[in-house]
Design a protein around this ligand. Structure first.
Ligand SMILES: Nc1nc2c(ncn2[C@@H]2O[C@H](COP(=O)(O)OP(=O)(O)O)[C@@H](O)[C@H]2O)c(=O)[nH]1
Ligand SMILES: [Mg+2]
Length: 278
């Protein structure tokens, strides 16, 4: 992050930025993963903002590219809130499911985790290890169990035990995109025989840059996404992908992951995000 700090500090010093300065800013925005459409939109918005400070204009232009939708967790009006965590393998689904469960328990909520990525034993073990470490129960089946049956079992448990949240980790790698989407659809239908799914959160690895935007588009076409968890913002991520996703798809980023530990997880804050990007 902070890739375009240099041009920003230059703009700060000049109350009247030149065309070349704005071009330089546009290149810097491209370098930060905003993508060409958004980079040019931000520059033209910034140029039209009526303020003496170019820095302030850029800040406002970046902020206005972010979604205005609520970033609060959509809680079920009554009964348990079920959260489905989806995404491509390696993006951080299992880690984020555990972190989210931990975040909720730290707010004094009762939470159950479900290991519905049943294709690899390692994936189930990984969530079980998190569960032990965080002292959160994890519902799981045998290796290769039907993911929908694990999810169904977990849904029945949260209803019966009056647990307020169920966080379900799902598989990311299937033979084809259609298989994956069919399976997610089935998991959802089966859960909804018991309780409504309140959130479908897509996990995006910020270090994958524009590729993350492509993944988000593919998922958004097939699944009703309610929010995004943007992971690995601590790494080499240039971070602008958050803006690209929100401005193009209008899906709010609700959480960010900033490391491998349970505490490295927080609600997405647009203002501090834009400030750190700058
Ligand atoms: N640095 C960093 N690593 C992360 C973050 N989230 C997940 N990881 C790491 O990314 C790798 C893949 O995560 P995992 O949860 O297994 O991904 P999954 O395949 O989508 O379930 C693991 O090594 C995680 O520790 C994050 O926010 N920051
Ligand atoms: Mg996983």
């Amino acid at each position: 992050m902070g890739l375009f700090g240099k041009i920003i500090s230059k703009l700060t010093r000049t109350s009247n930025a030149s065309a070349a300065d704005w071009d330089e800013l546009e290149s810097a925005l491209l370098g930060a993963d905003l993508g060409p459409t958004l980079a040019s939109k931000v520059v033209s918005t910034a140029r039209s903002v009526k303020t003496d400070s170019a820095e302030d204009a850029v800040y406002q232009a970046l902020l206005s590219a972010l979604s205005t939708k609520s970033r609060e967790i959509s809680r079920a009006p009554s009964g348990p809130t079920v959260i489905l965590v989806v995404g491509v393998n390696g993006t951080g689904k299992t880690t984020s499911s555990a972190k989210l469960a931990h975040y909720l328990t730290s707010q004094d909520e009762k939470v159950l985790l479900a290991a519905a990525d049943t294709f690899r034993a390692a994936a189930v073990d990984q969530l079980l290890t998190w569960g032990e470490r965080l002292d959160i129960d994890v519902v799981h089946g045998k290796e290769n169990a039907d993911p929908a049956s694990v999810a169904f079992d977990a849904a029945q448990q949260v209803v019966a035990k009056e647990i307020s949240f169920l966080v379900i980790d799902t598989a990311g790698r299937m033979h084809t995109k259609n298989d994956l989407m069919d399976q997610l659809g089935k998991v959802r239908r089966v859960i909804e025989k018991v309780v409504r799914v309140a959130e479908v959160l897509l996990v995006i690895d910020a270090t994958t840059g524009q590729n993350g935007l492509i993944q988000a588009k593919v998922f958004a076409e097939s699944v009703d996404l309610t929010g995004i968890i943007l992971t690995k913002l601590d790494g080499s991520a240039r971070g602008g992908i958050a803006l690209a996703i929100e401005s193009e798809l209008g899906i709010p980023i609700k959480w960010v992951g900033t490391g491998e530990n349970a505490k490295d997880f927080a609600p997405f804050d647009p203002q501090s995000y834009v400030r750190s990007l700058m």
